[in-house]
Design a binder for this molecule. Sequence first.
Ligand code: HEC
Ligand code: HEC
Ligand code: HEC
Ligand code: HEC
Ligand code: HEC
Ligand code: HEC
Ligand code: HEC
Ligand code: HEC
Ligand code: HEC
Ligand code: HEC
Length: 305
Amino acid sequence: MLATAGILAVAWWALGQERGPGVSVSGILPEASYVGVETCAKCHQEMIRPFQKTVHSKLAGFERAGEAKDCEICHGPGSQHAETRDRRRIVYYTRLSNTEKAARVGICLNCHRGEPTPEWKGSAHPMNSVFCFDCHNPHRGEAKNLLKETEPNLCFSCHREKRAQMTMPSHHPVREGRIKCTDCHNQHGSTTRPMLRAESVSQLCFRCHAEKEGPFIYEHPPVTESCTICHNPHGTVANYLLVQNQPFLCLQCHAAHVRQQLPPLLDAVDVPEKRQAFLTRCTQCHQQIHGSDLPSNSGRGRLTR
Ligand code: HEC
Ligand code: HEC
Ligand code: HEC
Ligand code: HEC
Ligand code: HEC
Ligand code: HEC
Ligand code: HEC
Ligand code: HEC
Ligand code: HEC
Ligand code: HEC
C-alpha cells in the first residue's frame, strides 16, 4: 500500500508536469473517502487549535481543489486511517525518502500553482530535494509564514558554513537581525544564480549601497565588473568584508608604485618615517576606490579624491 501510494504519486507528479505541477490528493488514497476535521479531532485534538490559526483552515471554496477541506487538503481522504489508525492509510510528510518528497510537493503545488515563484522548478532547493515542508510546517500556527524556524536559524540549519562566515570579524549584520538571507536570496528560486534577488551581483548590492553605483568619470574596472572580486557577501576575517586585507588585495593586480614619480611605497620600508605608507591601507590615499568624479593631482584618474 505504501509503495503503491508512492509510485502513484510519482506518476501523478510526472503527468502533472504537462498541465502544471499539481497532484490531486484524492487520487493517492483511491479507496478512502473524506471524513472531515471533526473525525481527526477525536484522536489529534491537540493539533486542532494551532491549525485553526492558519490560513489553510480558512480557505474559501474556490481556493480548494475538489471536495477536500481542512486537514484532508494535504493528508488526503482519511476514512481508512480513522478506522485503522494506520499511518500508511493517510498521506504523511515525515520520514520521507527524496522520491516520496518530490511526489508530495505536488500536493502543495496543486494549490500553490506557479508559486511560490515561476523559477521554483529547476532552482537549487528542489533540485537538491529541499521542498516546501523542509522549511514550512503547516502546523506552526503561531509562526510567521508557517516557518519551521525563524531566519537566519532556518537557513543555518542546513547552511552551516554560512553560520561560520556570519560569525567572522567582518560580516553583514544577519545574526544581528538587521538584514536577512532572504533580502539577498530568493529561497524560492530566481533567474540569477545563486538565487539572487536582482539581475546581477552588483545590482543586488546597489539596492542597499546605492552610493557605489556611479556612473563615475574615473571608474575602477573590478568594481564595475563585480563587487565580489574584492568583497565576500557573507563574512571575512579581513575588514570591510574584503576577501583579503590591503595591501595584498591590491597587489594581486597592481605593482606597488613602481614609477619613480610616485610616492614611494615598497622601497619606503627601509625609511622609518615612510614605512607607514606601505604598511597601512592603499585606500588611505586612494580613498575613492569605487570610482571618482575628480581627477588626481596629475590630472589623471587615480581614485584619490
Ligand atoms: C481513531 C484515531 C484516529 C483518527 C480518527 C485519526 N487519526 Fe491520525 N493517527 C492516529 C494514530 C494512532 C497515529 C499514529 C500511527 C503510527 O504512528 O503508526 C496517527 C497518525 C497520523 C498521521 C501520520 C503522522 C506521521 O507523520 O507519521 C497523520 C498525518 C494523521 N494521523 C492525520 C490524520 C488526519 C488528517 C485525520 C482525519 C482525517 C486523522 N489522522 C484521524 C489516530 C487517528
Ligand atoms: C497545508 C497542508 C496541511 C494541512 C492542512 C494539515 N497538515 Fe498535517 N502535516 C502537514 C505537513 C507538511 C506535516 C509534516 C510537518 C513536519 O515537518 O513535521 C504534517 C504533519 C502532521 C502530523 C504528524 C506530525 C505531528 O506533528 O504529529 C499529523 C498527526 C498531522 N499532520 C495531522 C493533521 C491534522 C489533524 C490536520 C487538520 C487539523 C492537518 N494535519 C492539517 C501538512 C498539513
Ligand atoms: C487546497 C489548497 C492548498 C493546499 C493543498 C496547500 N495550500 Fe498553502 N495556502 C493556500 C492558500 C489559498 C493560501 C493563502 C494564499 C497564499 O498565501 O498563497 C496558502 C498559504 C500558504 C502559506 C503562507 C502562510 C502565511 O501565513 O503566510 C504557506 C507557507 C503555505 N501555504 C504552505 C503550504 C504547504 C507547505 C503545502 C503542502 C504541504 C500547502 N501550503 C498546501 C492553499 C493551499
Ligand atoms: C529553503 C526554505 C524554503 C522552501 C524550500 C520553501 N519556502 Fe516558502 N518561504 C520561506 C521563507 C524563509 C519565507 C518567508 C520569506 C520572508 O520573510 O520574506 C517563505 C514564504 C512563503 C510564503 C508566504 C510569502 C510569499 O512569498 O508569498 C508562501 C506562500 C510560501 N513560502 C510557500 C512555499 C511553497 C508552496 C513552497 C514549496 C513549493 C515553499 N514555500 C518552499 C522558505 C522556504
Ligand atoms: C533543509 C535544508 C536547507 C534549508 C533549510 C535551506 N537550504 Fe539552501 N540549500 C540547501 C541545499 C542542499 C542546497 C544545494 C547545495 C548547496 O548549494 O549548498 C542549497 C542551496 C542554496 C543556495 C545556492 C543556490 C545555487 O544556485 O547555488 C542558496 C543561495 C540557498 N540555498 C539559500 C538558502 C536560504 C536563504 C535559506 C533560508 C531561508 C536556505 N537556503 C535554507 C539546503 C537548505
Ligand atoms: C548581502 C547579500 C547577501 C546576504 C545577506 C546573504 N548572501 Fe548568500 N550570497 C550572496 C551573493 C552575492 C552570493 C554569490 C557570491 C559569488 O558570486 O561569489 C551568495 C552566495 C551564496 C551561496 C552559494 C555560494 C556559496 O557561497 O556557497 C549560498 C549557499 C548562500 N549564499 C547562502 C546564504 C545564506 C544561508 C545566507 C544567510 C545566512 C546568505 N547567503 C546571506 C549574497 C548574500
Ligand atoms: C538588504 C540590504 C543590503 C544588501 C543587498 C547589501 N548590503 Fe552590504 N550592508 C548592509 C548593511 C545593513 C550593512 C551594515 C552597515 C552598518 O553597519 O552601518 C552593510 C555593510 C556592508 C559593508 C561594510 C562591512 C563592514 O565591515 O563595515 C560592505 C563592504 C558591504 N556591505 C558590501 C556589500 C556587497 C558587496 C553587497 C552585494 C553583494 C551588499 N553589501 C549588499 C546591507 C546590505
Ligand atoms: C577593487 C576592490 C573592490 C571592489 C571591486 C569593490 N570594493 Fe567595496 N571596498 C573596497 C575596499 C578596499 C574597501 C575599504 C575602504 C577603506 O579602507 O576605507 C571597501 C569598502 C566598501 C564598503 C564599506 C565602506 C564604504 O565605503 O561604505 C562598502 C559598502 C562597499 N565597499 C561596497 C562595494 C560595492 C557595492 C561594490 C560593487 C559595486 C564594491 N564595494 C566593490 C574594495 C572594493
Ligand atoms: C582584480 C584586479 C584589481 C584589483 C584587486 C584592484 N585593482 Fe585597481 N585597477 C585594476 C584595473 C584593471 C585598473 C585599470 C587599469 C589600470 O590603469 O591599471 C585599475 C586601476 C586602479 C587605479 C587607477 C590607476 C590609473 O592609472 O588611473 C588605482 C589607483 C587603483 N587601481 C588602485 C587599487 C587599489 C588601491 C586596490 C586595492 C584596494 C586595487 N586597485 C585593487 C584592477 C584591480
Ligand atoms: C601615501 C599615499 C598613497 C598610498 C598609501 C598609495 N598610493 Fe598609489 N598613488 C598615490 C599618488 C599620489 C599617485 C599618483 C597620483 C597622480 O597621478 O596624480 C598614486 C598612483 C597609483 C597608481 C597609478 C600608477 C601608475 O603607474 O600610474 C596605482 C596603480 C596605485 N597608486 C596603486 C597603489 C596601491 C596598490 C597602493 C597600496 C599598496 C597604493 N597605491 C598606495 C598615493 C598613494
